[in-house]
Design a binder for this molecule. Structure first.
Ligand code: FAD
Length: 668
């Protein structure tokens, strides 16, 4: 059953539901029960099965290493030159786990509760509970691998706090947690490479998915050094290809992060869930001009000890902050949210920073932007993150021991010494809660296609809490996928791998080739990056921290026009084979972002409520907080592709809360 066309933009189709989580047992027994009911593959039979893993970040690296260790044949693909250069390496602040080392009343249930509440009650209970349950195992696994987590003097693992919680459950390795965790996963992966169970394909970009009778059976990858297209087949495919935050052009993500693998799968039938749920991180170094292509994150861990403020009076905004007396400073998060103070969740901290700057109390150089009235205006987009109190309380050496490398990074970029002058920070695109829809087994709507890490629509609802992405990636990679793909693979033993002549393999190769030929033949006059930059500006202005009905409609029109121009006027220099061609690589990624951006706006438009990172101007409380409408929008929005320039179809997955009471979120 399909509805009439809604708002001229999309249809509504049948509801969907997760059918894998056993709902007839208490939530604490769900994962154990699912593992027991899932079909098994006998250890001796695993070597007869081949699995493709795309991605070697924490999710993909952990999954490939674990599946190899279990005895499967694994082919792993990534576009960097080394598996350990995946974007996970950039993660700074930490990883959560319900260990209760601090004896502050933490528990699996509290981590589950905090995550569901932090996500503004838009996540699936069963998945989040499992994440909390598995969290403690992740730390044990990583310690066993030798990950050098920070320790207290007595030798126990140290913890700190991240936003949206009132316990200390974040494990960290100075400001390099992602790097250290990734080295752990990488070592495990290389061990399997040596053992012969895993084959690595570096500098290979997946550009198409191969389906046979509706099942995922392989990928088309482009060797980025030779330009050659290659078909690789397997018994199932796992995508751990990261998030799509770079749709905003300026973001904290690595420059290469892109949505192509997920988008190609979407176009082949995998539903895309909650694309409008993106996270804007409050503590990034502000944009300083027009010629920038990257924004730098200052870890959320800094909010443990740094205090955020702006001048009370607009006329103080261009003063040296050290000359502004205490009584003229507005520590606005501590004022508005006394219980959580500077550690409110990211969506709230970001919105309040924007509000302060909109009020004219931002700091730093003023930049030109288009105001809500369509006129250009000059606005200071920055707030202070101040360590003066912490230095006085703990001493400079203690602050340096905790945050030294972050301070050094800040000074290198801004030429300001944060030990002397408060940092200036502003929100930036950082993480995407949306992604490919998956069930409890992390299987997408395409049988045999599994999705892990940031690439799936994940466990974070409408807003992810800090230090929970690393937890989810490693949970998916080390613990969930290795215990669920077996259910799909158990009856595939007699199934031969598709060979290169198979018509479906040939069709996928031809599709990928046609697309490349199209890019190379346009011969227009605009660079790929100029389109990306313009798209990013549209997304930031209309589908960023603040969204409205009219603004989103305008964005959709602008994106469509930009996409049309892209396909007529993009310039991709060089050759498609025989050399590296970064313009061609980017053209494919930007073409996909131009489609994804439109879907994000349609999703944001249809969800006429505010929740987490999705803030609709039309739906706020009297105090300006996000106002949800649980009566209408208590569902996951899973979108189905229906063809080029065709309206997508919305499938709703109802969210059922049996273990947590729905409440208006409050951090006051
Ligand atoms: C600056 C920064 C700091 C962060 N700090 C924290 C933190 O302290 N704590 C926390 O919990 N989270 C943090 N996060 C978020 C977290 O780092 C990410 O969500 C997480 O690392 C994503 O891991 P992943 O394995 O899903 O994907 P990634 O690490 O992004 O890996 C993606 C992999 O997929 C491959 N790939 C992608 N597309 C293709 C394709 N088409 N073909 C072939 N290969 C492909 C890439 O080569 C790569 O190997 C941070 C994020 C940023 C940007």
């Amino acid at each position: 059953m399909m509805s009439e066309l809604i708002s001229g933009l999309y249809y509504e189709g049948e509801k969907i539901a997760d059918t894998k989580a056993p709902l007839d047992v208490p939530i604490e027994k769900c994962w154990e029960t699912r593992k027991f009911t899932a079909k098994l593959v006998n250890p001796a039979n695993r070597r007869k099965l081949k699995i493709i893993v795309v991605g070697t970040g924490l999710a993909g690296g952990a999954a490939a290493a674990s599946l190899g260790e279990m005895g499967y044949h694994v082919d792993v693909f990534f576009y960097q030159d080394s598996a350990r250069r995946a974007h996970s390496i950039a993660a700074q602040g930490g990883i959560n786990a319900a260990k209760d080392y601090r004896n502050d009343n933490d528990s699996v249930y509290r981590l589950f509760y905090d995550t569901v509440k932090g996500g503004d009650y838009r996540a699936r209970e069963t998945n989040v509970y499992r994440l909390a349950e598995v969290s403690a195992n992740i730390i044990d696994q990583c310690v066993a691998q030798g990950v050098p987590f920070a320790r207290e003097y007595g030798g126990l693992l140290d913890n700190r706090s991240f936003g949206g919680v009132q316990v200390s459950r974040t494990f960290y390795a100075r400001g390099q947690t992602g790097q250290q965790l990734l080295i752990g996963a990488y070592q495990a992966l290389e061990r399997q490479v040596k053992a012969g169970t895993v084959i690595e394909h570096s500098r290979h970009e997946m550009v198409e998915l191969i389906l046979k009778n509706g099942h995922a059976k392989g990928i088309v990858a482009r060797d980025m050094t030779t330009g050659k297209l290659e078909a690789h087949t397997a018994h199932c495919v796992i995508l751990c290809t990261g998030g799509y935050g770079n749709v905003f052009f300026l973001s904290t993500n690595a420059m290469g992060c892109n949505a192509t693998a997920a988008w190609r799968a979407y176009r082949k039938g995998a539903y895309f869930a909650n694309p409008c749920y993106t996270q804007i991180h409050p503590t990034c170094i502000p944009q300083h001009g027009d010629q920038q292509s990257k924004l730098t994150l200052m870890s959320e861990s800094l909010r443990n000890d740094g205090r955020i403020w702006v001048p009370k009076k607009a006329e103080d905004c261009d003063k040296d902050p050290r000359d502004i007396p205490e009584e003229d400073r507005d520590y606005y998060l501590e004022r508005i949210y006394p219980s959580f103070g500077n550690l409110v969740p990211r969506d709230i901290a970001s919105r309040q920073a924007k509000n302060m700057c909109d009020e004219g109390r931002g700091v730093g150089p003023a930049l030109a932007e288009v105001g809500p009235d369509g006129q250009e205006r000059m606005v200071r987009r920055g707030v202070y993150l101040d360590f003066a109190d912490a230095i006085e309380r703990m001493g400079k050496d203690a602050v340096s021991a905790k945050y030294g490398n972050l301070f050094e990074m800040y000074e290198r970029i801004t030429d300001d010494d944060p030990y002397e002058v408060p940092m200036r920070i502003y929100p930036a695109s950082h993480y995407t809660m949306g992604g490919l829809w998956v069930d409890y087994d992390l299987e997408s709507t395409i049988p045999g296609l599994y999705v892990g890490g940031e690439a799936n629509f994940s466990d974070h609802g409408a807003n992810r809490l800090g230090a929970s992405a690393l937890m989810q990636g490693l949970s998916d990679g080390y613990f969930v996928l290795p215990n669920t793909v077996n259910d799909y693979l158990a009856d595939k033993l007699a199934e031969p791998l598709l060979d290169g002549d198979d018509p479906d393999v040939q069709a996928a190769l031809a599709e990928a080739q046609e697309r490349i030929d199209r890019f190379m033949s346009i011969g227009g006059s605009r660079s790929v990056d100029s389109f990306h930059k313009e798209l990013g500006r549209i997304m930031w202005d209309y589908c960023g921290m603040y969204r409205t009905h009219d603004g989103l409609l305008e964005a959709i029109e602008k994106i469509r026009a930009l996409r049309k121009e892209f396909w007529q006027n993009v310039r991709v220099p060089g050759e498609s084979v025989g050399q590296m061609n970064q313009s061609l690589e980017r053209a494919g990624r930007v073409a996909d972002f131009l489609e994804l951006g439109e879907l994000m706006c349609i999703d944001a438009l249809h969800r006429n409520e505010s929740c987490g990172g999705h803030f609709r101007g039309e739906s706020q409380t009297e105090e300006g907080e996000a106002l949800r409408h649980d009566d209408k929008y208590l569902y996951v929005a899973a979108w189905e592709y229906k063809g080029e320039d065709q309206p997508p179809v919305l499938h709703k997955e109802d969210l059922i809360y049996n273990n947590i009471e729905l409440k208006q979120r409050s951090y006051k």
